[in-house]
Design a protein around this ligand. Sequence first.
Ligand SMILES: Cc1ncc(COP(=O)(O)O)c(C=O)c1O
Length: 382
Amino acid sequence: MSSNNRLNSISEYHFQKLDILKKKLINDGKKIVDLSIGDPDLEVDKSIIQSLIEGFNVNGYNKYPPYDGIEELKLGIINYYREIYNVKLTLDEVLILIGSKEGINNIIPAVCDIGDYAIVPNPGYPVYSTCCHLWGVNTYNIVLKENNSYLPHLGDIDKKVLDKCRLFAINYPNNPTGATANSDFYKEIVEFCNNHNIIIYNDAAYNEIIKKNEAPLSILQFDPQKKCVEFGTFSKTYNMTGFRIGYVVGNSRVISSLLKVKSNVDSGQFIPIQYAAIAALKLSRDYVNSIRNTYEERKKITKRLLYEHNIEFFDSEGTFYLWCKTPAKFNTEKFCEELLNAGGLVVTPGNAFGDAGADNFRIALTRDKMEIFNAFNKISVY
Ligand SMILES: Cc1ncc(COP(=O)(O)O)c(C=O)c1O
C-alpha cells in the first residue's frame, strides 16, 4: 500500500519505536532504567481511583459521553483557574479532551487552512509539527536557544511567514529543556500574536511541575482580551497518563471550532475517568508540593551525577526533564546507545525534538532516585 505524501513526510513516533526496542532488550534479559518517556512512576492518589470506581454507579456511565465533557469537570477546571491563577472562565471557555495530545492535533484544522503556517518550537514536543504536516499546514520552526533561556526570539521570525501564520505553539514549563517563562515573556508574546492576528496556545502540560511553593503561571493571566487558549492535562501532575484526560481553556470561538472538529472525529472521554479527574482537582496543594518535592530531589541528585560524569546540562527549574549536552566525541544517537550499553540507561536523543536538539539528549526523571544513582554508577566520566 502506498501512503499519502503527508504521512510519508513524517517519521514514526520516536517513542513508539523506542517501545519496541525496550521490549526487545527486556526479553533479552537486559536490565534497563527507563528515563526516556515522560511517564511518571508515582502512584495515583487513592481518592482518584475511588472516584473512578464510583463513576461506574453513575447513571449512563457506559453511554456516549457528552462531546464537550461533563459539566462537573468543567466547573472543577473553572474553579482551579480561579483559585490558582485568578482567571475567570465560563463553561463555553472549557473543553474536556481525551488527553491534551488530542487537542494539540485538533486545533490545527480548527484554526488553519491547508497551506497556512503554524510557528512551532524547535526543539519541541514533536506533535506540534508532525500533526501540522498531517493536516497540510506548513511549519515555521522557531529555534529555542540556551543563550535566550530557551524562549523564542520573536524578532527572528520571517515577516512573510507572519502574514500567512494562523497558529503559534508555545510550551512552558518546557519539554524538553525544562525552561520556564515569566510574566514579561507572556505579555510580550500575547501582544505580538494579537498584533499579527495569530492564535497562540500555551501547552501547559507541566504547569505544576515547578519549584516547591512557587505559583504556576497561565498565559490567560496575561491575555485580558482572552484571545489565546491553554492546554492542560491530568497526565503529569496526577500520574494519570493512561487515563487519557486533558482540557483546553480560553477563547470561546477557538474552543467551539475545536469542538466542531472533535465531535466529527471522536467522542467525549469515558464518564468514570472524568469523575477521576474531578477528584484529582480536589487534592490539596500539599499533594502538589509532595510531587514537586520528589522531582526536585531527583533533579538535584541527577545534576550532581551529571556534573561528576562531566556531562553539561541546562540548569532548569521546570518539568521533570533535564536537557543535557552530548559529549563532544559522540553524536546524540550514539551517545544514547553508549548510555544504554554501559548503564542500561534509556534516554531520548535530542533530535527526536527537532534538528535544534542534535547536540543534546533528554533525561526524564521518572524513576526512583536510587535507580538513577545506580545506573549512573555504571557509566564512564566523559
Ligand atoms: C509538552 C507535552 N504536551 C502534551 C503532552 C501530552 O499529554 P497528554 O497525556 O495529556 O496527551 C505531553 C506528553 O508527554 C507533553 O510532553
